[in-house]
Design a protein around this ligand. Structure first.
Ligand SMILES: Nc1ncnc2c1ncn2[C@@H]1O[C@H](COP(=O)(O)OP(=O)(O)OP(=O)(O)O)[C@@H](O)[C@H]1O
Length: 688
C-alpha cells in the first residue's frame, strides 16, 4: 500500500508477553517516540523471551500554526471495529479477534510476528460485542461523528464524511445501515446508519428553527464505477455516465447531475431508497458491484433569516461510501474483475497519494494529484480544501484480515495529518448585498460628515454634490435589484420543487401503466408452453422480460430460421438465448459460448454459420431458477403493485409517491431475494 513507508513514523519497544492482553503499565504511552537514530536498533535489540515487540504507528500530527494566522482544522479520523462474522468463523480453525481498544488507542496483535501495533485516533468505536461497556452502537457512531457534520452544515461550512475499509468491514452498515439489497427499512433504530440519521436530524433541526428562518434542502446521489459517474437519481431516460468539470469558484462538480429539492424527511428518504435500489440493481448486474463502486450522497443547504434573506449561507455535506480497499492480487480472478480492481485501485491509490501529499508538511505549491482519478477530483474540496472532513475507517477484528486491517489503519493514521481550511460559504447574492450595504453606509457617513461640516461653517451651502447623490441612488437601486434577484433565486427553488412534483406525477402514471403491463406479462408467463431464457442482470429484469415477451417471442414463433437454430442447439445439448439482434449459444458442459448475429443469418448460410461458430470461454456461472420461483417473485411484484391506491383527497402527492416507491422497493427486494437465495452464483438464468 501507498503509505507503509516513511510517511508513518514507527517506533519499536517491547511489552512483556506474560502480561499478555492486559497491555498494562509496561506499555509506554503512545506519545513516546523513539529517537530516529535508534529506531533500527530497537527491533533488532535483544528481546527477552517474555517480551513481544510493540510498534507505535501513530505519526505526529501536523500542527496548525495559529501565529501565521493559518486557520484550519485536521481531518477527524475515527475507526470502527465490526463483530466477527459467521464467514470469519467459517475459515479453517476459525479466525480469532486480534484487536483491543484502550482509551483512544487501538492495539492490534500479530500472532505470526509476535508484534503489537498501536494506533491512535480521534475516536475508536468498538462494535464487536454489544455486552461490552465500551460497545459503540449505530446511534453512538452517529452522535460522535455524524452530528458535528450537521452542526457545521448549519453554520455554513461544507462537510464531508467518507468511509474507508476493506470489503465486508462495515462501511455500508455504518453509512446506510444494512446491505443495499435490504433497502426497505432504513429507519430501524438498531440498524439505521449515519446517512438516514443525519437526514432525519436535519429536518428535526429545521422544524425547530425560528419562524423567520428559511432553509432549502437539495439532495443528489451518484456512484463512481470504473471511473464513470452514474446518477442514482436520474430518471430511466437519463442513465448515461456523467462528466466532471471544475468551476473556478465552487471547485469540481458533476455536470447535469440530478439534484432533487426536498421539503420533508419522508421525501428525502424516498430518494435515498431510490438511489439505494438503483445501486443494488446495478450491484447485482455487475456481480456485487456495490463493493466495487464509490457512492456519494450529498445534501445541500441554503439558509437565510428574516424576510430580506440577508444572512444567506450555503453548505454542502457529502457522505461517501468508498469501494472495498482489498489489494489487487487478493481478489481479482477474471479480466473484468481485474479491470474493476485496477480502477478501484487507481482511485484509492490516488486517494492515498493525495492524502500523502496533503499529510506531508505542506510546502505551498506542493503538487497534489487530485485529477488523477474522478473520485479524488470530486473530493478535492473535502481533502485539503474548503470543508470540515471526517474519515471513518472500518476494520474487521479477524486474525485472517491482519494485513488489510494494518493497511487501513495506516491509511487512516496518515489522513489525520491533513489540514483543511473551511470557510463559511456566503451566497454571492448576499455578499453583494453586504458589500452594497457597507458602501451605502460609507457614503451616508460621508454625507453626514459633509452636512455637519457645512452646518458648522459660515457658508449656508450644504455640500453634497450631484454625482455623490447619483452614486448613492445608484447603489440603492442596485441593492433593491440584488434583493429582487435573491427573491427570484428563492422562487426558482420553489419552482423546481413544483417541477419535481410534476415529474413524480408522471412517474406515478408510469407505474400505473407498468401495473397493467405486468398483469399481461404474468398471464403470458403462466400459460407459456415453450422455454424462454431470461437473464435478470443485463439491464432491468422487467424491461428484459418485456423484450422477451414481445419481440423475441414473436420472432421465435414467426421465424423458422430461429426455430432451426433452437432445434440444433437442443439436439446438441446447448442453451440458446435470443436477444433482439443476436443469439448466444452456450455449452455449459465445456463452459464455452458463441454469439450469432441475426443480421448475418440466412437460410443458405445457416449451416456454415453454425458449424463455423467462434467459441469463447464462459465467464459467468449460470444457475437456472425454476418456473415456480420466477412466477412467485413475479406474483409478489404484481401484488405489491396491485396494492397501489390512487391518491385520495387527504393524501398529498409526496405521500402517494412514497407509497409507490415502497411498493417498487418491495418488488425489487422480492426479486433480489430470489437471486440472493442462489448465493455463490455470479448470475442466474430464468428459464421458464
Ligand atoms: N458494526 C456492525 N455490527 C454488526 N454487523 C456489522 C457491523 N458492521 C458490519 N456488519 C455486518 O458485516 C457485513 C459486511 O458489512 P458491510 O456490507 O457494511 O461491509 P462493506 O464494508 O460495506 O462491504 P462492501 O465494501 O463489500 O460494500 C454485513 O453483513 C453487516 O451487516
Amino acid at each position: 500500500m501507498a503509505f507503509s513507508g516513511s510517511g508513518t513514523p514507527k517506533s519499536n519497544f517491547t511489552t512483556p508477553k506474560r502480561l499478555g492482553t492486559a497491555f498494562n503499565s509496561c506499555t509506554p504511552k503512545s506519545n513516546y517516540t523513539t529517537p530516529k537514530s535508534k529506531r533500527q536498533d530497537a527491533t533488532t535489540a535483544y528481546t527477552p523471551e517474555c517480551f513481544s515487540n510493540v510498534i507505535l504507528e501513530t505519526p505526529l500530527r501536523r500542527r496548525i500554526s495559529k501565529e501565521k494566522n493559518e486557520d484550519g482544522s485536521n481531518l477527524t479520523v475515527a475507526v470502527r471495529i465490526r463483530p466477527l462474522t459467521e464467514k470469519d468463523q467459517a475459515v479453517i480453525g476459525g479466525a480469532s479477534n486480534i484487536i483491543k481498544v484502550r482509551d483512544k488507542e487501538l492495539i492490534i496483535h500479530s500472532n505470526s510476528l509476535g508484534t503489537d501495533h498501536i494506533f491512535q485516533y480521534d475516536h475508536i468505536f468498538w462494535s464487536c460485542d454489544n455486552s461490552s461497556p465500551i460497545y459503540a452502537s449505530q446511534e453512538d457512531v452517529f452522535t460522535t461523528i455524524g452530528k458535528p457534520l450537521l452542526n457545521s452544515a448549519f453554520q455554513g461550512y461544507n462537510a464531508c464524511l467518507f468511509a474507508y475499509g476493506q470489503t465486508g468491514s462495515g462501511k455500508s452498515f455504518s453509512m446506510m445501515g444494512q446491505h443495499l439489497a435490504d433497502c426497505v427499512d432504513i429507519d430501524s433504530d438498531n440498524y439505521s446508519g449515519i446517512i438516514p440519521r443525519f437526514c432525519k436530524d436535519l429536518f428535526d433541526r429545521i422544524a425547530k428553527l425560528k419562524r423567520d428562518s428559511h432553509v432549502t434542502v437539495e439532495v443528489s446521489y451518484f456512484e463512481i464505477y470504473n471511473e464513470k459517474i452514474h446518477d442514482l437519481l436520474a430518471s430511466s431516460a437519463n442513465k448515461l455516465p456523467l462528466k466532471v468539470r471544475e468551476h473556478p469558484m465552487w471547485g469540481p462538480y458533476v455536470v447535469d447531475l440530478t439534484v432533487k429539492p426536498v421539503q420533508t424527511y419522508s421525501q428525502l428518504r424516498d430518494y435515498l431508497l431510490i438511489g439505494n435500489k438503483n445501486r443494488a440493481i446495478a450491484a447485482t448486474t455487475m456481480n456485487e458491484k456495490s463493493s466495487r463502486s464509490h457512492s456519494i450522497f450529498s445534501v445541500e443547504l441554503c439558509m437565510s433569516e428574516g424576510l430580506r434573506k440577508e444572512d444567506n449561507r450555503r453548505s454542502k455535506v457529502s457522505l461517501v461510501d468508498l469501494a472495498g480497499s482489498e489489494r489487487l492480487g487478493n481478489s481479482y480472478s477474471t479480466d473484468e474483475k481485474m479491470r474493476e480492481g485496477v480502477f478501484i485501485n487507481k482511485a484509492l491509490l490516488t486517494l492515498g497519494k493525495v492524502i500523502s501529499a496533503l499529510a506531508a508538511d505542506q510546502k505551498r505549491n506542493q503538487f497534489v494529484p487530485y485529477r488523477e482519478s474522478v473520485l479524488t477530483w470530486l473530493l478535492k474540496e473535502s481533502l485539503g480544501g474548503n470543508s470540515l472532513t471526517s474519515m471513518l475507517a472500518t476494520i474487521s477484528p479477524a486474525s485472517t484480515h491482519l494485513e488489510e486491517t494494518l493497511s487501513t489503519l495506516r491509511y487512516a493514521c496518515q489522513a489525520r495529518c491533513i489540514v483543511n481550511k473551511a470557510v463559511v460559504n456566503e451566497s454571492p447574492h448576499d455578499k453583494l448585498v453586504q458589500e452594497l450595504k457597507l458602501e451605502i453606509e460609507r457614503l451616508r457617513s460621508i454625507r453626514d460628515d459633509m452636512e455637519r461640516t457645512s452646518l458648522s461653517s459660515t457658508s449656508s451651502v450644504v455640500v453634497i454634490n450631484d454625482s455623490q447623490n447619483e452614486e448613492l441612488e445608484d447603489l440603492r437601486s442596485k441593492l433593491i435589484e440584488t434583493e429582487a434577484k435573491l427573491y427570484l433565486a428563492q422562487k426558482s427553488w420553489e419552482e423546481r420543487f413544483l417541477e419535481t412534483k410534476k415529474t413524480q406525477m408522471k412517474e406515478l402514471a408510469e407505474v400505473e401503466r407498468y401495473k397493467d403491463e405486468l398483469e399481461s406479462k404474468l398471464r403470458i408467463l403462466k400459460t407459456a408452453e415453450h422455454d424462454v431464457t431470461l437473464s435478470p442482470y443485463r439491464s432491468n429484469f422487467l424491461e428484459e422480460l418485456e423484450g422477451v415477451l414481445t419481440d423475441d417471442q414473436k420472432s421465435l414463433c414467426d421465424d423458422d430460421i430461429l426455430e432451426d437454430i433452437k432445434g440444433w442447439c437442443y439436439n446438441n445439448g446447448l442453451i440458446c438465448t435470443f436477444n433482439t439482434d443476436s443469439v448466444i449459444i452456450q455449452d455449459l458442459t465445456n463452459r464455452k459460448q458463441a454469439c450469432v448475429q441475426l443480421g448475418l443469418v440466412k437460410y443458405n448460410n445457416l449451416s456454415d454459420i453454425i458449424h463455423g461458430l467462434t467459441w469463447s470461454e464462459i465467464r459467468q456461472d449460470h444457475k437456472k431458477l425454476s418456473k415456480v420461483e420466477v412466477l412467485s417473485s413475479m406474483n409478489q411484484i404484481y401484488q405489491a403493485l396491485a396494492m397501489l391506491q390512487p391518491a385520495d383527497s387527504e393524501n398529498t402527492l409526496s405521500l402517494l409517491f412514497a407509497k409507490v416507491n415502497k411498493s417498487l422497493q418491495g418488488f425489487e427486494t422480492a426479486l433480489l431475494n430470489s437471486i440472493k437465495k442462489n448465493a455463490g452464483q455470479k448470475s442466474v438464468t430464468f428459464n421458464v
